[in-house]
Design a protein around this ligand. Structure first.
Ligand SMILES: Nc1ncnc2c1ncn2[C@@H]1O[C@H](COP(=O)(O)OP(=O)(O)OP(=O)(O)O)[C@@H](O)[C@H]1O
Ligand SMILES: [Mg+2]
Length: 263
């Protein structure tokens, strides 16, 4: 079973949006999928309850302390044995022992971050926690960052670039600020289960995440000249710095991912 942890201690970064869209994609691909919801708000489980019966089933499991069981310690008991992909949604403020437990059990860690200075700052603190307290430094999980709620004119964008380069974390994609995500979460679906013609942009921006999860870098360094966007020139220096750092850090496979072109 592959376990994907969606986490950022910052509230509202897009953890539930990513969790539900990842789950709905895998389910639509006939992958046996489960969500473990560690958030007492239970947003992912609420989403599951709205899920139309004709769509592929996604198993939901509650891992919050309120269900009377020890949280996060033995989540396998709450999910079917034949689960192929488990996606874990986490609450804002996850830290300490729960963070360690989650990191230890995960194969992939996806960190959504919105491009606002306040969120970037909070996320920087969280990533520090993830490595120093959460044990990500010595663990086996692969870690990557996804920008969420990005508008083409997002003013916090340069700060996000600097932040990612400094962390030397793979940056997979930009998820746009789109009403389709709000519609999806309100209807128990994901953008891959909505009308294709009206969700093409959203489907495209999610693909680098699936490629990364499948072991393919979305846009590896060696292919970077293939990415012809206005952004590449602006990002070139950042990438060079990050690429130099990556050679000293085997944890990230020496892969640096570029900002893929939006639409
Ligand atoms: N890409 C997006 N486009 C439009 N709306 C979005 C997008 N991502 C998230 N939202 C909206 O922003 C709000 C917060 O998103 P979400 O619930 O996914 O964040 P979260 O990290 O799970 O929050 P929490 O920390 O409270 O659990 C929700 O109302 C969600 O519908
Ligand atoms: Mg949430």
């Amino acid at each position: 079973m592959r376990t994907i942890l969606v986490i950022n201690s910052k509230g509202g970064a897009g953890k539930t949006t990513l969790t539900t869209n990842l789950a709905s994609y895998y389910a639509s691909q006939k992958v046996r999928t489960a969500i473990l919801d560690c958030d007492p708000q239970g947003s992912s489980l609420q989403w599951l309850r709205k899920r139309p019966g004709h769509l592929e089933r996604i198993h939901g499991a509650n891992a919050t302390p309120t269900n009377g069981a020890a949280p996060l310690n033995s989540h396998r008991m709450w999910i079917p044995d034949n689960t192929e992909t488990l996606i874990i949604d986490t609450p804002a403020g996850t830290k300490g022992l729960p963070l360690q437990n989650l990191v230890r059990r995960s194969d992939f860690i996806v960190i959504p971050v919105t491009p606002s200075p306040v969120d970037i700052h909070a996320t920087a603190d969280f990533v520090k926690d993830l490595f120093l307290v959460g044990g990500a430094r010595s663990g086996h999980a692969k870690i990557a960052v996804v920008a969420n709620r990005v508008r083409n004119s997002s003013p916090g964008y340069e700060a996000l670039e600097r932040f990612l380069a400094a962390l030397n974390l793979p940056f997979l994609t930009r998820i746009s600020d789109s009403d389709n995500y709000i519609r999806a979460v309100g209807s128990g679906t994901g953008v891959f289960e909505m009308e294709e013609a009206s969700t093409l942009a959203e489907r495209k921006e999610f693909m680098p995440i699936f490629k990364w999860l499948d072991g393919q870098a979305a846009v590896p360094v060696s292919d970077r000249h293939a990415v012809k966007t206005d952004n590449v020139v602006r990002f070139a220096n950042t990438e060079k710095i990050a690429a130099r750092r990556s050679t000293r850090n085997p944890q990230y496979d020496g892969q640096i991912l570029l900002f893929p072109e939006l639409g």
